[in-house]
Design a protein around this ligand. Structure first.
Ligand SMILES: Cc1cc2nc3c(=O)[nH]c(=O)nc-3n(C[C@H](O)[C@H](O)[C@H](O)COP(=O)(O)O)c2cc1C
Length: 323
């Protein structure tokens, strides 16, 4: 099994996953300094007309802060960071964002929705690697055919646009033909679960929702609080809000005046990542989260959450070895 150099020295085998709106440079830098890959969707960096390009400014800051950190901490260097590209026809910024990522030599490129040869080539051309997220084995094969270096298996129970398959089924099927880097996404919120992902055949846990309840996350306090108070039973899987199935917090849907247990079904052609994207006002308050948040009981600095996961991971490993 081959792990590319970029991902071979993580202090904890975890990728902090990209979160629409929520991931920002503060969170990414904190994740990387604590030894896991930090990431953000390129679309989170937005400027108004006439302003400097935010993505450029964010990549400059992340690069410079991590470089300075590495010089001061040569024994515990930061993990590399990743940028997520939504490869979808409605993302009109894609070409520009790829150029900016190429300029800053982004080390890890996470691609979602579309698998495209030219995106993989752009990453490779500047020394980066690509990980493509998929929800089934057919999409996984397509992604590797198009030149992705690795895969993110998004299983049932993940936050955002989750899959519907069991993590066991997904990883088992992928591992029959693919021995490259594989991250597992969906409900991982305890160090023990990171070890379980590895035991199943994945290389990394891919963790999103737990990072919503961190000081650095760009989310309103009520959202962070709802993560700490909710558990798997408070999550509903619906395609109403974006046209594609995803997992959402039921209490946020109820607060917006809808019945989370009786949501109408939507249409995938409504998916839109362009600048003209519009949502009914109340839907801004519909908050995404995966089923794993029962393991999150407080809002804390990202470094403290990662320290907790690391301690749990080490303890679980030791308990298994001694068993
Ligand atoms: C609020 C929210 C926003 C998300 N936005 C994105 C995104 O912009 N791009 C992406 O690739 N994945 C996105 N995801 C999915 C995550 O990257 C990841 O697959 C998922 O959070 C992992 O499951 P977990 O939340 O149970 O840890 C999002 C997830 C959540 C909860």
């Amino acid at each position: 099994m081959s792990i590319p150099a970029q991902l071979s020295h993580l202090r904890l085998p975890v990728i902090g996953s990209p979160l629409f709106i929520i991931s920002n440079p503060d969170l990414v830098i904190a994740q990387c300094k604590a030894g896991i890959v930090g990431s953000f969707p390129a679309l989170n960096a937005r400027e108004k007309d006439g302003e400097d390009i935010q993505l450029d400014a964010w990549l400059k800051r992340i690069t410079e802060e991590l470089d300075a950190y590495n010089q001061a901490n040569p024994d515990t260097p930061a993990a590399p960071y990743a940028v997520n590209q939504i490869v979808h026809r409605s993302n009109t910024r894609l070409e520009r964002d790829l150029e900016i990522c190429h300029k800053w030599k982004v080390p890890v490129w996470i691609t979602s929705l579309g698998a495209r040869v030219e995106v993989n080539e752009a990453a490779h051309d500047c020394g980066g690697i690509t990980l493509h997220d998929i929800i089934n084995n057919t999409f996984a094969k397509k992604a590797i055919d198009k030149g992705a270096d690795g895969l993110i298996a998004v299983a049932a129970g993940a936050g955002g646009h989750a899959g519907a398959q069991s993590p066991f089924a997904l990883v088992q099927e992928i591992r029959t033909w693919f021995d490259g880097p594989l991250a597992l996404s969906g409900s991982i919120a305890h160090g023990r679960s990171i070890l379980a992902a590895q035991a199943m055949g994945a290389d990394f846990g891919y963790i999103g929702s737990p990072f919503i309840a961190t000081d650095e996350a760009n989310a309103v306090p009520e959202y962070k609080q709802m993560i700490t108070e909710s558990s798997a039973e408070d999550i509903v899987y619906s395609n109403l809000f974006t046209g594609v199935h995803g997992n959402y917090l039921k209490p946020s849907i109820a607060k917006a005046g809808m019945d989370p247990d009786n949501l109408p079904v939507s249409d995938p052609s409504k998916m839109n990542f362009g600048a003209d994207r519009e949502k009914p006002k109340s839907w801004k308050e519909i908050w995404g989260a995966g089923q794993g948040i029962g393991a999150i009981d407080k809002v804390q600095p990202a470094a403290d959450l990662i320290a907790r996961l690391s301690a749990e991971y080490a303890a679980a490993k030791q308990a298994l070895c001694n068993g």
